[in-house]
Write a protein that binds this ligand. Structure first.
Ligand SMILES: Cc1ncc(COP(=O)(O)O)c(C=O)c1O
Length: 386
């Protein structure tokens, strides 16, 4: 059940971004303590976080799953999977329709890991039939890597249909679910997921500092000796936790304290189902308000996630910097567009639905009181173009 406004917001700007995003006051307050990275109390927090994450994902150690926390942002977690879990004779198929898929390609290039890339248009979801062809023609492929919610556009890729193809061909599936995990239900078994990565400052609404990787323990253990990096060695990290419950190297202590509180707040809100519902409602509010102001979403509704929405510039003379500056002056932070193809008729900017419970409405009301007119009017003023 959803508990709106159970946890107060700080008076910071309201972030309409896919992360870092607006955190509650209590999440920020959880960081007002020092924690000894070797101390038993802190180790207990780390252990609790790992238990809670597994539960949140619907996974368990009894069923062979592990979750490994890794210092650094989300990119570090994704890279750690490739650096550790692809064997020396492995070959990764990257199925990409945006900037984060392209980042995976860059990671593989840097690590000199053999790979093949299948590109799809940024406004189209990845087509399982295209993957079928690729896997049929490239028997050396060992792993398939996809981004679930491609944050470039907010498109939601069909990981269950993709997973069925991957499993039919007996390959392993790596899913970058950075901006979707905990923002919508993910069925690991139905999608045949072997590795899934997300990070602290996305839909769990913690602060930046670490990523986490869900992995099948036997697959991790099988990667002994493959790591191409010391600090990104996921198996080494797991062994550290197995040995004494600790990070191998200095952990982001404050970010972990905040994350523990963020997980508590997610559970109190009603879990992933309730959070997903809040984001969906925020998304609908955003779509209808923006439509009234003349902004059209980039994507067709059928492929649009409720996590992040890309809008086309309303006309060729629209100036994003001016729009951004005026919005931020009123306490709203959005994101510039991130399209990689440059083939679209208009550029885009992005706004996320992952704002705190009720804060969107509160801010609107506060804005209305201060300015004496409804928020939509504020937005309309901001879109006055040269
Ligand atoms: C899908 C996806 N993958 C990877 C990343 C990279 O995460 P980070 O910026 O935390 O390194 C992001 C960031 O937004 C993302 O949305």
């Amino acid at each position: 059940m959803s508990v709106p406004n159970a946890f107060p917001s700080a008076r910071d700007a309201l972030f309409f971004t896919p992360g870092p995003l607006t955190t509650s006051l209590s999440v920020k307050q959880a960081m007002l303590h020092d924690a000894g990275s070797w101390h038993f109390e802190f180790n207990a927090v780390v252990a609790r976080i790992r238990e809670r994450l597994l539960k949140l994902a619907g996974l368990s150690r009894e069923n062979g799953w592990e979750v490994i926390l890794l210092q650094g942002s989300g990119t570090f977690g994704v890279e750690a999977v490739f650096q550790t879990c692809v064997p020396p004779d492995g070959n990764v198929a990257v199925f990409t329709n945006g900037a984060y898929g392209e980042r995976i390609v860059q990671m593989l290039q840097c690590a000199r890991i053999p790979h093949v890339v299948a590109h799809a248009a940024e406004e189209a979801t990845l087509d399982p039939a295209a993957l079928e062809d690729l896997l049929a023609n490239e028997p050396t492929i060992s792993h398939v890597a996809v981004v679930h919610c491609e944050t470039t556009t907010g498109i939601l890729n069909p990981i269950e249909a993709i997973g069925r193809v991957v499993k039919r061909h007996g390959k392993l599936l790596i899913v970058d679910a950075m901006s979707s995990f905990a923002g919508m239900p993910i069925d690991f078994a139905a999608a045949g997921i072997d590795f899934l990565i997300s990070s602290a400052n996305k839909c769990i609404e913690g602060v930046p500092g670490f990523s986490f990787v869900f992995a099948k323990r036997p697959l991790l253990l099988a990667s002994e000796g493959w790591a191409r990096s010391l600090s990104l060695d996921l198996l080494g990290q797991l062994k550290g936790f197995d040995k004494n419950g600790q990070f191998r190297y200095t952990p982001p202590t404050h970010a972990l304290l905040a994350f523990d509180q963020a997980l508590h707040e997610l559970e109190a809100e009603g879990g992933v189902a309730a959070r997903s519902e809040r984001y969906r409602r925020n998304h609908e509010t955003l779509l209808s308000g923006m439509a009234r102001l003349g902004f059209r979403p980039l994507l067709a509704p059928a492929v649009q996630s409720h996590i992040i929405t890309a809008f086309r510039y309303p006309n060729p003379s629209f100036d994003f910097a001016t729009f951004y500056g005026k919005l931020s002056g009123r306490g709203f932070i959005i994101y510039p567009g991130k399209l990689t193809g440059g083939h679209l008729p208009h550029q885009q900017h992005r706004a996320a639905s992952a704002s705190r419970p009720g804060t969107t409405r509160c801010r609107y009301r506060r804005g209305a009181r201060r300015d004496g007119h409804p928020c939509e009017t504020c937005f309309k003023r901001l879109t006055i173009l040269p």
